[in-house]
Design a protein around this ligand. Structure first.
Ligand SMILES: [Zn+2]
Length: 505
């Protein structure tokens, strides 16, 4: 898992495809230009003709080169009460058709769902994709994930209550994908993705087109009501509503583009560190989405995963709960730092209009920033600093250069000497990433150490922390910027844990 950027609890990373991703549900031979699609296995099974051509791989069957995620289609099975189809049938079809991941038949009963997963495991070595109904209790979800996580590629559930989606994201190991099926409008994508959902899927583009419905930025409109097409996509450009009315496939393609563009814009907002702003703007489309947005951004789960500090400034338009500011306040409070000393430091120094109006002395800034970041009290009488416009920048102890207070976010970035000085003030694993000998060797060879070589980390580790990398004997190996949370370090194998800044080996 190569994490490119992150914001709130969302991670933009590259795996089979670029995540977070949108996968349309395809029927027959749609061949969308997305990197992945969802295919209903039950439909393939009921399609008698395709059962004869099951010798084909699913890629050949669909004439599609992207990633194919199976959906078991249990809702149809429920609906039509088809006793004909068994878990084994569906799993065998997927195995024969070389699906990259295999979805066993889900069940309303967790114990039956575990049995179905075990049966699938006995038929195929492919990783499993497991669907969880939103009716399960927290305990049931936890027990099911515990029993199946060793075989799972990922877990999926239906779009619905944001509480259940949050429960699922929190319960599933951070190395597995979380998929939410059946969203109705693109505007919900940034809100769901903020929770850390990796894939959203929908077949709505085609269903709406069948009913002559057109997706606009904020709603779904009967095509006949539109005076013009409020969209610049390659389908709508230069066309009129009448042009699309006679061509259902063009309408479906515009609708599909609406979903695809939304996920691209959401990924871009993650890169810019402005997912909060983007999700909020999109959630104002509908009161229910806005309600979900407010619940999502106030959740502890977001605070736990929030990269901190971020490079983006914070604009306040009204009184609102910004997770960045709430986290800054709670860290300052926990470590006994007055906000006055953090007037230049993230997030307080990056909020407009300002929420901390103070001009602290350089001495107070140095003392406050280091305590805020590392929880240690430094004796500033031993230190000296260079200032620029009254703000301390480079910090020294005698001749030793300890590091600098970074312009931009006001965070202290220690040098190797600074790291040696800091670590004496708190026992491991505080603000540390502890590596085994192979991890140390990777640093020496100028490579990024992977999670497999991490022995211990600060339990409060979060992305973007300025950390100290040590060996087993607490000797400083490097300094760097963390990429993952403490939980992710434990749960995600073969992944870069820290971007090295300065090396001591
Ligand atoms: Zn369009």
């Amino acid at each position: 898992m190569k994490v490119i950027a992150r914001d709130l609890a969302a991670r933009y990373f590259v795996g089979e495809v670029k995540y977070p991703a949108f996968f349309p549900t395809v029927y027959g031979r749609d061949r969308p230009s997305t990197e992945g699609v969802v295919v209903n296995v039950y439909r393939i099974w009921t399609d008698r003709e395709s059962r004869k051509i099951v010798k084909k791989s699913v890629g050949e069957y669909l004439d599609y080169g992207g990633f194919v995620l199976p959906e078991s289609g249990w809702r149809q099975i429920d609906k039509y009460g088809d006793d004909d189809v068994a878990n084994e049938d569906l799993v065998e079809i997927q195995a024969k058709m070389e699906f990259p991941v295999v979805a066993p038949l889900p069940s309303a009963k967790p114990d039956d769902a575990i049995i179905n997963a075990e049966v699938a495991r006995s038929i195929t070595d492919k990783p499993l994709f497991l669907e969880i109904p939103p009716s399960w209790t927290e305990k049931e979800v936890f027990a099911f994930v515990e029993a199946t996580k060793g075989w799972a590629w990922g877990y999926g559930t239906r779009a619905g209550r944001s509480e259940f989606i949050e429960l699922l994201v929190k319960t599933v190991p951070r190395s597995k994908r979380v998929v939410v099926f059946g969203i109705h409008h693109p505007a919900v994508i940034p809100v769901i993705v903020s929770l850390g959902v990796d894939v959203v899927t929908s077949g709505a583009h085609g269903r709406y087109a069948d009913k002559e419905l057109y997706i606009t930025e904020s709603s779904i409109r009967p095509l006949g009501e539109l005076k013009e097409l409020p969209c610049g996509c390659k389908i709508c450009d230069g066309r009129t509503p009448e042009d699309l009315g006679t061509k259902g496939d063009l309408l479906a393609e515009h609708n599909l583009i609406s979903f695809v563009e939304e996920v691209k814009k959401t990924r871009n907002a993650i890169v810019e560190g402005r997912l909060y702003e983007y999700a909020k703007r999109r959630s104002l489309t509908h009161p229910q989405i806005y309600k979900d947005f407010k619940k999502v951004v106030a959740s502890e789960w977001i605070t736990e995963n929030l990269p901190f500090p971020k490079q983006s400034s914070i604009y306040l338009f009204e009184k609102e709960c910004r997770p960045e500011i709430e986290l800054g306040r709670s860290l300052a409070k926990k470590r006994g730092v007055r906000l006055e000393g953090l007037a230049y430091t993230y997030p307080f120094g990056q909020v407009y209009p300002p929420i901390v109006e103070a001009r602290p002395s350089p001495e107070l800034v140095v003392r406050s920033v280091i305590k805020y970041q590392y929880g240690v009290d430094v004796n500033t009488s031993q230190l000296r600093w260079e200032t620029r416009k009254g703000i301390p920048r480079k910090i020294y102890m005698g001749d030793k250069y300890l590091g600098l207070i970074r312009h931009g976010d006001g965070f202290f970035v220690p040098s190797i000497e600074g790291a040696k000085w800091l670590k004496e003030m708190a026992p491991p694993p505080a603000f540390r990433i502890v590596l085994d000998s192979e991890g140390v060797e990777a640093v020496r060879l100028k490579r990024s150490p992977l999670t497999d070589h991490v022995l211990d980390v600060d339990p409060d580790l979060r992305p973007n922390m300025e950390v100290i990398v040590t060996d087993e004997d607490d000797e400083v190996v490097a300094t760097g910027r963390s990429v993952l949370t403490a939980r992710e370090v434990a749960e995600i194998p073969r992944t870069v844990a820290v971007k090295i800044r300065h090396r001591a080996v």
